[in-house]
Each structure stands twice: as C-alpha cells, then as structure tokens.
Design a protein around this ligand. Structure first.
Ligand code: GLU
Length: 310
C-alpha cells in the first residue's frame, strides 16, 4: 500500500534545526522540498527541530522563518516546534519501555570508538536503569537498504544498520533519530526531501516506521553544499550569509545547484521576479533531474556561486 493511499494526499516538510541562520545549503534543502510539494500539488510544512537545546541559537528560529518568507517559501499550516511536543515523545518512550524495547546504556563515546566506532549492543542484556543513562532502542528488524527518490538503491553497512541507537541521551534530551520519525508520523508526512548528510540514517528511520507499524514516506536526498570536501557549509567555515533583500540570484543559484536550471535558464531567469522563478522551478521540477552526487562544492564567485561536483 502506498502512502498516498493511506493518507490521501502529498505532505512534505522542511525541518531545520535552529542552530544559526539559513545558509545556502539549507536553502537548497528548503527549496527542493518546497518544489517537490508544489509540483505534486501537495502541502508543505515547516517544523523547527529545536530538541537539541544546547545547539539552539536564540533568535535563529525567527530568522529562519523570516528568510523563508523573504524567499517566497510560504508554508501551508502552523509552524511546529519539537520543544512543544515533548509529552508525546515521553508517551511513546513509555510504550517502548513497557514493551521492553529500550534499555539503559552506560558506554561512553570513547569506549565505542575503541571498539571500532560501532556500538555492539553491549548493554542490551545488562538491565541497567534508564535514569541517568543513555536509552537505546533494540534494533530487532534492521533495514540494510532502501530506494531513494534521487539516488536510487542505497545500501548501508550491516554494522550501522544493526546498531541499537540512542533514543534519549544521558543528558535527558530526546535524540533526533526518534523524534524526527514521531513528528513525521504525527504530521502524516508522505514525502521527505532533505540533504544527503541524512542518507544513511534513513535506514534507522525506516526501521522505526516499520516497528511502529506506520506507512513509510518516500525519501529523497539532495546533494550537500560543502565548502571543502567533507565540510558542510556552515557558520564555522564562513558560509556566505543569505541575502534577505535580494533573494532572486540565490534562488537561481539554488536551481542551478540542484540541476533544475542550466546556465542558459539561469540567464533568462535573471530578468524574472521571485515568484516567477519559483513558478518556473515548480514547472521544471523532477526528482530525476536532481544531481545524484553526495556533495557539491560551493565556490563564491563575484555575485554568484560556482559549483563543483565531488
Ligand atoms: N533537523 C535536521 C537538520 O537540520 C533535518 C532533519 C530532517 O530533515 O529529517 O539537519
């Protein structure tokens, strides 16, 4: 049964973590998920993933929303915030606990690194208390592969797929891997378009959808914008700030980056309005046009960017 049958309509989302202003890479993810939703006459939601409180930068949620508005990327329903959904996460964790699907783990990062970088489910049978320990989910049905809407067949290592991953951290914060799936279920998300840094963890998310007997969304991963190979654009590596006053050039750059616009399209679009650029992007959008690479290097050049596939 496809998700369309079970939920009836396309629902996509952009789910930024408010750890700073949007940079070009996150704008690319926002634009791709927006265009995919609009091209499918779907609903596009924005969810602020502010669960990792130590990484939240004050004011950045509002700035992200202002930026999306300045770029004409208007969302179709109330913005949701993970920080306001904690009772729901607690409820689900309690259900998992009562079914003995989670356990406490005392292993440190250093110990895991010393064992080859993968957690070998060491504490699974130790019956450690859940309080003051990290809480891991028993990975009873590992998923080793899936078909990505852009990248095609994806296979991950067995070690990665079989790892009992953390759902609540020792510092009592819920982990991204759990809450992202709980939110996508609650918001009835049918299609997820996001950056390729989340390609491998998708198998964990799919296994969790299955474990909770929920329909699995279609996942599609767009290339990651990097400053240097392996280094995502970020404030730390001086990603140029996104221009709020003049979104057109950046939107055209993002369409070129994704593979939707070529140089001659970009030239023509230079004379279009912001909303015309978005309508053109929606009409041209197709997942099979998007570059299938993991990373694309972004090199600032005059007022525009140059791109180099890696
Ligand atoms: N909040 C995540 C990030 O900003 C994205 C999560 C997702 O799209 O699933 O990297």
């Amino acid at each position: 049964m496809s998700l369309f049958d079970s939920y009836g309509a396309y629902r996509g989302r952009f789910a930024p973590s408010p750890s700073g202003p949007l940079h070009f890479g996150s704008l690319v993810a926002a634009l791709a998920s927006y265009l995919d939703a609009k091209a499918n006459k779907g609903t596009w939601l924005v969810r602020i993933e502010d669960i990792d409180t130590p990484r939240v930068v004050a004011g950045s949620s509002d700035l992200i929303l202002k930026t999306l508005e300045a770029y004409g990327l208007y969302w179709d329903d109330k913005v949701s915030y993970q920080s306001q959904n904690i009772p729901h996460y607690e409820n689900v964790l309690e259900q998992l606990r009562s079914q003995q699907l989670v356990y406490g783990c005392q292993c440190t990062r250093k110990q895991i690194k010393a064992c080859g970088g993968f957690y070998h489910n060491t504490c699974r049978e130790l019956n450690l208390p859940l309080d003051h320990n990290a809480i891991r989910l028993k990975q009873a049905h590992p998923v080793y592969q899936f078909v990505d809407g852009i990248r095609g067949q994806i296979n991950v290592s067995a070690n990665f797929a079989k790892e009992d991953y953390i759902v609540k951290r020792r510092d009592q914060l819920f982990a991204y891997q759990l809450v992202v799936v709980l939110d996508d279920i609650q918001q009835k998300i049918t299609h997820i378009v996001r950056g390729a840094d989340l390609l491998d963890p998708t198998v964990r998310q799919i296994s969790l959808f299955k474990m909770l007997s929920q329909p699995i969304p279609q996942f599609s991963h767009v290339p990651l914008a990097v400053a240097e190979p392996g280094f995502k654009l970020s404030k730390q590596n001086h990603a140029p700030a996104i221009d709020l006053q003049n979104p057109n050039l950046t939107l055209i750059d993002a369409l070129r980056f994704l593979g939707i616009a070529n140089d001659s399209d970009a030239h023509q679009l230079a004379f279009a309005s912001r909303d015309e650029i978005l309508s053109w992007g929606t009409a041209q959008w197709a997942l099979n046009k998007v570059h299938q690479t993991q990373e694309i290097q972004v090199i600032p050049h005059d007022q525009q960017f140059r791109f180099k596939a890696l």
